[in-house]
Design a binder for this molecule. Structure first.
Ligand SMILES: Cc1cc2nc3c(=O)[nH]c(=O)nc-3n(C[C@H](O)[C@H](O)[C@H](O)COP(=O)(O)OP(=O)(O)OC[C@H]3O[C@@H](n4cnc5c(N)ncnc54)[C@H](O)[C@@H]3O)c2cc1C
Length: 304
């Protein structure tokens, strides 16, 4: 991919959290309460939030709770999970190029699944190496670690390293229409608002976009339910359908997507800023029997 016009950026969740909390604390209108929400229910235009410590009454609630129930619900729709383990490693030699990163390296992986490695350098001797799966079920942690060790052994054999941080995550990738669970007084946000892009598992861009939209709607006194645009949903559904049905074909699918479309058009699609014609061009560029099959199946079936 030609990234000459772009920069890769890393966001530290700790620093981001600190920044947000400090900014909010500067405003006297806001108050942080630490409590576990057990239930949320609506009564006559008011919302009651049942907490572990006490109950709270509100006119409007933004709800970001993701439960086991949600994972069961998504199984009735096309779904995968993005699951991964990442290690931040410090090497004894300066082996990383700070100006480049490895996006989806399929060379070492479980050949039955869509799985790949990222290498995101922070310094010449420090990088995040992450092994990621797009598949139905999480693996034992040792599986991801085995692939990371193998990757390091094969492509960075010249150096020794120490693990300075490790991370693990599971992100649902689904066409499940989460937004339908929002009501007039309860807005589902984040993953349970359907803000995670189904075909990639990325959410940061949507979180930014939809948060701004909500603020704008509050100011204008408009409804606070966020309904994702259908046109992106359609391509996401096909891409996710193909990955779900032919889980070992991820390498070919992403190769075609990247090889046959410009970086700009791909990033526009990931950011949900493509024009309808560009979406059609991407679908056409992916021409393969699997895509055609899933295209027709997705018209009639909600779970692939
Ligand atoms: C290690 C890691 C790396 C990632 N990297 C990327 C990336 O590069 N790009 C990207 O787009 N996405 C990435 N993701 C995914 C991204 O972080 C999530 O998709 C996103 O945070 C989802 O937002 P959310 O608001 O739904 O959930 P969260 O960010 O998890 O926020 C939910 C909040 O609700 C609170 N909460 C939940 N239940 C309750 C309850 N019952 N009572 C009270 N509070 C509750 C939680 O404490 C939490 O603060 C990554 C995830 C992980 C774990």
């Amino acid at each position: 991919m030609d990234f000459s016009n772009y920069n890769y950026k890393t966001l530290s969740s700790l620093k981001f959290r600190k920044f947000v909390i400090e900014s909010v604390n500067k405003q006297r209108k806001f108050k942080f309460i630490n409590d576990v929400v057990l239930n949320i229910r609506e009564e006559k235009n008011k919302v009651i939030v049942v907490g572990n410590k006490k109950n709270y009454l509100a006119k409007h609630v933004f709800d970001s709770r993701l439960s086991e129930k949600n994972f069961n619900e998504i199984k009735h729709h096309t779904y995968l999970k993005q699951h991964f383990v990442g290690w931040v490693i410090k090497t004894n030699k300066k082996i990383f190029n700070k100006n480049s990163f490895v996006f989806m390296d399929y060379r070492i992986r479980d050949k039955k699944s869509t799985a790949f490695t990222y290498v995101l350098p922070f310094k010449k001797d420090e990088a995040l190496i992450e092994h990621t799966y797009f598949s139905k079920n999480e693996c034992d942690k040792k599986v991801y670690e085995k692939y990371i060790i193998e990757y390091l052994k094969k492509y960075y054999s010249d150096t020794s390293y120490e693990i300075i941080k490790s991370e693990f995550g599971t992100i649902p990738m689904t066409t499940y229409p989460f937004y339908k669970k929002s009501t007039k007084n309860i807005t589902k946000i984040g993953t349970v608002g359907g803000w995670v892009k189904a075909s990639t598992g990325y959410s940061f861009k949507n979180c930014e976009k939809y948060s701004l939209k909500i603020i704008d709607n509050i100011k204008k006194g408009k409804a606070l339910r966020i309904i994702p645009k259908k046109r992106y949903y359609f391509l996401d559904k096909i891409l996710l359908g193909v990955l779900s049905k032919y889980n070992n074909r991820g390498e070919t699918i992403f190769y075609r997507l990247i090889k046959r479309n410009s970086t700009k058009k791909i990033l526009q699609f990931l950011d949900e800023e493509s024009k309808p014609l560009d979406i059609l061009k991407i679908i056409f560029s992916m021409r393969s029997i699997h895509f055609i099959l899933i295209f027709f199946k997705s018209l009639f079936k909600k779970a692939l």
